[in-house]
Design a protein around this ligand. Structure first.
Ligand code: ATP
Ligand code: MN
Length: 368
């Protein structure tokens, strides 16, 4: 259900981060700036609030950034359940994860009702550029989508390998891990794409055709990660234990489970330098210096200079996780968990999972 809330016509404070009604607002007013400037039709309140103190970027700058990358980011954040990191006062205040729509988010941000492990939840989703900008208006500074779309929730259209360097691991080693992952995926017949996380590591992302289910996606990604850790135990680990990660790279495949998220390409991070999770070509990786290299400030120039979008073909790649992939990684067919084999029509995996196709759960429907 979508609640419609018209913006209240109250005057917006134009002083930097000051509360509404602060008498000093008047002296700070810039006459050229409307009280509530519109981006993609969404009025931005507190437009001059500094949300990134270290970079001096305002809430309006953030809205403008998202407007500038809207066409690039929408395929990755639109029509999917979305977890958000909200920092209503910017980075100088508190930030927290929010995935349920609650009473915070209103039209054009929508909800999708999902059967979650903890019960039925009304999760955040958007389907338009105004919806994207409205998230910024509601204080969102990071976007973390599911790897599946609202209409095929149980069948991922992408999987993510999150490379997390442990203490004392240099960035070159993370780059080597990404290249190694790419090769492992190529050996499995799968094309992959790389992006910075905007934090410490790199993410290797594999587009899929929404045929395999989450159980198969997890088996596959676990198989790849475990192979790397087996082949090069001094470099890679799949252990969740922080102590066992010192000096190694944690190949996190656990993003690939139902309900898990990872930060979206082009999403900003709630980190001091306004870093962004930036899609790159594999060739770009050679000169990349750090996972936080791309920021709200340097991306406009980078987008002008970079030539064609290195992820242009992402959603055109037609590939699936196959039974042969799972066999080659797990030897014999992997053990079935109770949920295994419920994905719709994983043709190549027939024989592995002999369960009948899963019928859609009534509650997994979009509520508008
Ligand atoms: P870095 O390169 O610094 O590791 P990252 O985005 O990969 O950046 P991680 O800490 O590795 O960050 O987390 C991986 C993903 O797990 C996040 O992108 C996010 O989607 C999810 N995540 C992490 N913490 C939470 C949380 N508290 N609540 C919900 N999701 C979370
Ligand atoms: Mn990570």
């Amino acid at each position: 259900m979508v609640k419609i809330k018209k913006p209240t016509p109250k005057r917006s404070p134009m002083g930097r981060g000051k509360a509404a009604g602060d008498p000093n607002d008047r002296v700070d007013h810039k006459p050229s700036m409307p009280a509530r400037p519109e981006i993609a039709g969404i009025g931005i309140s507190h437009p001059e609030r500094i949300v990134y103190p270290e970079s001096g970027l305002t809430k309006l700058d953030l809205a403008r950034y998202y407007e500038s990358v809207a066409d690039l980011i929408m395929p990755f954040v639109g029509n999917r359940p979305l977890s958000t990191v909200r920092c209503p006062e910017g980075l100088s205040g508190q930030c927290f994860f929010q995935k349920h729509i609650g009473s915070t988010f209103t039209d054009p941000v929508h909800s999708i009702t999902i059967v979650e492990s903890t019960g039925i939840g009304r999760c955040i989703t958007i389907d338009s550029i105004p919806g994207l900008i409205a998230l910024v208006q509601f204080g969102v500074m990071e976007l973390h989508p599911w790897g599946s779309r609202n209409d095929t929730l149980d069948n991922p259209d992408l999987i993510v390998f999150d490379l997390d360097p442990g203490e004392v691991v240099g960035f070159d080693a993370v780059k080597q891990a990404a290249v190694r992952l790419r090769e492992e995926l190529e050996d499995q017949g799968l094309k992959s794409f790389v992006k910075t996380s905007g934090g410490k590591g790199l993410h290797v992302v594999v587009p899929l055709r929404s045929r395999a289910d989450w159980d198969q996606a997890k088996q596959f990604s676990q198989g790849i990660a475990a192979k790397m850790a087996r082949d090069e135990p001094d470099r890679y680990t799949v252990s969740l234990s922080k102590a066992k990660r010192i000096g190694k790279i944690f190949v996190d495949y656990l993003r690939n489970t139902r309900g898990a998220t990872s930060v979206a390409p082009y999403s900003t991070r709630s980190r001091p330098r306004a870093s962004v999770s930036m899609p790159l070509s594999w060739a770009d990786l050679r000169t990349l210096r750090s996972a936080g290299q791309f920021t709200v400030q340097n991306i406009p120039q980078h987008l002008r200079d970079r030539g064609p979008d290195p992820w242009k073909e992402f959603f055109k790649v037609r590939q699936d996780i196959t039974a042969a992939n799972l066999r080659s990684l797990h030897g014999s067919p992997p053990p079935k968990s109770p949920k295994a084999g419920r994905g719709k029509g994983m043709r190549a995996a027939k024989g592995l999972n002999s369960h009948p196709p899963r019928r859609a759960k009534a509650a997994d429907t979009r509520t508008l």
